[in-house]
Ligand binder design. Structure first.
Ligand code: HMG
Length: 391
């Protein structure tokens, strides 16, 4: 049977951030609640030239020169920060990236699960279209509002993945375990710029769905917890993954607990520095693990995807020999260290500006761009969003 999996993976996240200890001070909260209780140290802040299209295109551009673009036959964008009720963000991205017209391009929504839905479709597509590849992009801006319970669990960014036969990074195992139910833990009505959330309930559901899918997966595959080199999770904030991992490690011996806990810390490092990417969050955990973890080719990695509303899926993959050559380990760490720190006043001003609903034409010039990506949102003309590439 042919192997299918992640051939390339790239991340984009904004070049500005805040320290959560400073946010805690302003909100009159003990900083330990944010850094230890919730487990977030920094939070990425997008500016008005950043949206899901620019972030998604920038994430894909990190590896596009290494792949045969003419073979990409499917482009799926998973997002819950849509920029249009009708036209898919995938079409704007197709145009920016100069992808072929012989392409099936669309957008998928189911909260944070959207990109995993794309990854699953991409695997089926690649298996039934020999020689073709699929580009899956997860791109989101997480907004709960200033001075809300969810504020410290915001973030922004995109992860792009090329799914192919004979992948160079991760080969997926064929099995997976899904679980869905109609749950009101998190949603965003059309008239609202920010999400409505019942935080404690969403946590309960995330954990309940983890147990359903993980147990089902182990039953289906006959695998044991000890077979995994690492477990990765959708990480809205790092404490959430710690809670899921606690469930996975119940009744395991000390050596397994120590080993998987160390890998969890590696996989959650970027989340601590960036925040919740919504659809991209699970895949950011994978990138963090690949960059920071202690792994070998052949190692088995578990993936837990959760999207409020709610849909969850557990699946797994093995690291391919030579995967280290495909990931730019140092670039991400250097970039995170070089981001511009914002004061809480600056963050609040940018946040408010980004949340304004504008119905008239306007233009954003390259001087407004603060990003290490070259694609930016340049404003609106005749009700159409404009994107440009910095020269
Ligand atoms: P909260 O009410 O601000 O915090 O809500 P809390 O009182 O529950 O405290 C949080 C933790 O900090 C607790 O630890 C406290 O004990 C601890 P826990 O019991 O959880 O282990 N704590 C302290 N620790 C050290 N020193 C201190 C201190 N004080 C308290 N001084 C909440 C927190 C995360 C619920 C809120 O931020 C929120 O609503 N966030 C958004 C919802 C969310 O992210 N839910 C996650 C599951 S749902 C999901 O993943 C889907 C999602 O990504 C959306 C999608 O699918 O699209 C959200």
């Amino acid at each position: 049977m042919s192997t299918v999996g992640i051939d390339q993976i790239g991340v984009y996240t904004p070049a500005q951030y805040i320290e959560t200890t400073e946010l805690a001070k302003r909100r009159q909260v003990d900083p330990n609640k944010y850094t230890i209780g919730i487990g977030q140290n920094q939070m990425a802040v997008p500016n008005p030239t950043t949206d899901i299209v620019s972030m998604g295109a920038n994430a894909a551009r990190t590896f596009l020169s290494k792949v045969d673009v003419s073979q990409i036959g499917l482009l799926v964008v998973g997002t819950e920060s849509g920029i249009d009720q009708s036209k898919a963000s995938a079409l704007f991205i197709k145009s920016i990236l100069n992808l072929p017209n012989q392409l099936r391009a669309f957008e998928v929504k189911e909260a944070c699960f959207g990109a995993t839905a794309g990854v699953m479709m991409a695997q089926d597509y690649v298996k039934t279209h020999p020689g073709k590849t699929a580009l899956v992009i997860a791109s989101d801006i997480s907004r709960y509002g200033l001075n809300t319970g969810g504020e410290v669990t915001q973030g922004a960014g995109a992860v792009a993945m090329l799914i192919s036969e004979k992948p160079r990074i991760v080969e997926f195992l064929p099995e997976s375990a899904s679980y869905s139910d109609d749950v009101n833990d998190f949603w965003r009505p059309n008239y609202s710029e920010t999400a409505f959330v019942d935080g404690k309930y969403s946590t309960e559901k995330y954990l309940e769905f983890f147990t359903h899918t993980f147990d089902d997966y182990l039953k289906q595959t006959q695998l044991k917890v000890t077979d995994f080199a690492a477990l990765t999770y959708h990480l809205p904030f790092t404490k959430m993954g710690i809670k899921a991992q606690r469930l996975a490690l119940e009744n395991q011996d000390e050596a397994t607990k120590t080993r998987l806990t160390a890998q969890f810390e590696a996989s959650s490092k970027y989340c601590r520095q960036i925040g919740n990417l919504y659809t991209g969050s699970l895949y950011l955990s994978l990138v963090s693990l690949l960059h920071q973890g202690n792994l070998n080719s052949g190692d088995l990695i578990g993936f837990y995807s959760y999207g409020s509303g709610s849909v969850a899926e557990f699946f797994a993959g093995r690291l391919v020999a030579g995967y280290q050559n495909e990931i730019a380990t140092n670039h991400m760490q250097d970039f995170l260290a070089s981001r511009q720190k914002l004061s809480i006043d600056e963050y609040e001003a940018i946040y408010t500006e980004c949340g304004k609903v504008k119905t008239d034409d306007y233009e954003l010039t390259p001087e407004a761009v603060i990003s290490d990506g070259e694609v930016y949102f340049a404003g609106v003309k005749d009700h159409l969003r404009q994107y440009k590439v910095k020269g």
